[in-house]
Design a protein. Sequence first.
Length: 230
Amino acid sequence: MEIEQNSPAVTTPTTGAAGSLSSLAANFDTFLNILTTQLQHQDPLDPLDSNEFTSQLVEFTGVEQQVLQNKNLESLIALQEQNQSTSAVAYIGKVVEASGNTNMLANGEAIFSYILPETGAAAVMQVFDSSGDLVFQQPVDAEAGIHDIVWDGTTTQGGIAADGAYSFRVTAANENDEPIEVQHRIIGRVTGVSFDNDKTILGIGEIGVPLDVITGVQDAPEDAEQSEQG
């Protein structure tokens, strides 16, 4: 995944409010033409009720104000999304925690995290490569709470996995051998930001993480920054 590190271009929203306003203006012009024609051909002995067309004018004005309010609201929402995208650049270099089960193995390290809502009798973590093949598994802590695991790339066969994207899965069961629902999270350093269909995506290596699934942010360790600069 190619990571862009620039801000998105500012665009003027062309949403339903603009179209509605244009349609309303056309209808209002038609209404005025009809009203003018009626006034020109009205029966002098039985003139049109001024209250009726005055009421219609008021209704048109009210609708126009509502459409204008919607248009302003759309502009504010677009501005907020732009500000959010621009501020996301500040995540670059930070270590983030996010919901998900795929992370990068880089320099012999990948950090996986899982949450157990209750203490289980046993728990096992499995790591899979990009093809879905099992490359590593081991028993892990089955106590209730948040657990972080640093995988050094060692495979079940005793080899070393190549750097890249890997997914993990933790399965746990209670004393009655009933499965426990496990929440999976990943921890990694943000290396870039991209924008896709109005969504802000933080890049952890080749992994794209939507901004709305980020659950925590912290500064990167100094030794990690120094190693990258070196």
